[in-house]
Write a protein that binds this ligand. Sequence first.
Ligand code: PRX
Length: 663
Amino acid sequence: MYKLNKSQFSFYTLYTPLFFMENLPFNERYYQPPYKEMYRRSLEESESFWREMAQGIDWFSPFSKVLDSSNPPFFRWFPDGKVNICYNAVDRHLEFRRNKVALIWENEKGENKILTYYDLYTEVNRFASALQDLGIKKGDRVLIYLPLMPELPISMLALARIGAIHSVVFSGFSTQAVTDRINDAKAKLVITTSHTMRRGKRIELKRTIDDAVSQTPSVENVLVIKRDEEIDLNEDRDVLYQDLTKKKIVKKVEVEETLSTDPLFILYTSGTTGKPKGILHLHGGYGLWTYLTTNWVFDLKENDVFFNTADIGWITGHSYIVYGPLQNGATTLMYEGVPDYPNPDRWWDLVEKYGVTVFYTSPTAVRTLMRYGEEWVKNHDLSTLRLLGSVGEPINPEAWRWYFKNIGRSTLPIADTWWQTETGGIMISATPGLGNYMLKPSANGLPLPGVDADVFDENGDPAQSREKGYIVIKRPWPGMLAGVWGDPDRYVNTYFSKFHNVYYPGDYAVKDEDGFFYILGRADEVLKIAGHRIGTREIEDVLISHPAVAESAVIGVPDPVRGEVAVAAVVLKSGYSPSEELRKTLLDYIRSALGSFVVFGGLYFVTKLPKTRSGKIMRRVVKGVISGAPVGDTTTLEDETSIDELKKSIEEFSKEISQQKKE
Ligand code: PRX
């Protein structure tokens, strides 16, 4: 039975609901929370519920059917309805929000750009027209490799407008990761820029693309967005965005009347194999889900300024910098930089400058800022904030308390939103927009309307209250992934096989007697480094592609700031011997293949790895030995002595390294 740690309970566990009600504006204090009734209706009268909810977005032609379940688990929402997410995010606001700020962008240096909905409309049309000039059509895949600059959401919206499929790759990924993604999607076009600035240092981006596209036959052109200075171009392939749009008077590019089931984007994420999964989302279901969940959780009103600190290269930015807020006609702020440069109050500067009201970040960011101390917060007026959010990994009680006290003035609710790339939008959280401010520290909250969540034990039976098990979603919801790009079997096997026809997210969870969910972390071999998802197999595959490496096992170990970091145990090929230099070479090799967000806590050379009789590496045992945790059942081990060998080689190697360092 899973017991909540005592420190997770506090004064607030008992009193937060009342406490937060007291802090609501007077006229809302006695407001009957519609959450409960909506949740009931969403499951018991789901057909009429979704018909009603779908009216929140604009349709070119209505759907006759809410859900096509004829071929489970390939569910299709609003199958014959016609809808385009770009229209809902941009065009439909021209009537009443034409001059309202849609997008605020700022960089490390404090340069900014502010776009109204009309500006956004003009820019999206300009971009869409450039895409058409390059021959991009409905259904074509286009890879976007851009930092958080305004052209990132603009290009996404422009591609959606013409019915093309975008695949944004986080600009921290390196060549091999980009190459694999281009090849998997068979992208016709890549959109990039010269560089971004990080902590005052220039990070080259176009060079990564130049290296990648030499190995990607599908790419016909690279569309390059110029920033300040000249860029080297490959004349046969590269096109400068500014050249393409120089003389053009922007004319309206008709919105493609896409079907609800037409693909909107592919976003690659890590799984348990070495090959990333292209998670596919569609115009209608994803569009409606991000529209609704933004409203239910972040409760955005006309005067709000929403600041989500995520990168658009991950799902959090797709759903809650771009599509959710814009479909709601909100003002969304994007910041191209890190929170602690030039100083650790960079975000508080922005909150003060733009009067941010709703703020959404990750536990890793909170822990990072916590280390610099409260002084950096105190010098700022954060009184405009009225709601906070957390996402990406479980938030530990210490970070929760710091966030609540220092940013939330010991008053503001923190929505601890649990969801995934695959779920499209938030699944479990407090829902202030539905009057549900019920919070318990360490709990994510109750499922959102339409989310039929439960916790199952290993046999697929509902777990007891507070018993640790696997979170499952028992029926389809509009934001769910539509598939894995080009690999229907992987979709079925990964998500719908562990428990028959029930969506399996791969997380451990408990549910308490009030129906609150507590997500405890991944149940599979996927790491969460600073909230970034990376599969251990993906890192191992890179390691064994190095000529010196015969075998490797990568595991995650806890880290006080990043939540988790990677540790590798490496067996060398004969002819190579362990050294500090080789260790550094291998770490650099991983960084240059995948990206520097893959942070390592250690890399050990060992003589042997523990394996099962069928030859599978037992990472659980490696983890136990390295982190000092119990190794668990070892009856399936092929060779019991491998544990001692592993311990011995780790000790020897550590000694050797410290000796080498002394010398
Ligand atoms: O393990 C859960 C964790 O992040 C995973 C999903 O990662 P990704 O697809 O990259 O999306 C991250 C942003 C939505 C989940 O399977 N996770 C996400 N949010 C939380 C969380 N774990 C605990 N609490 C959360 N609020």
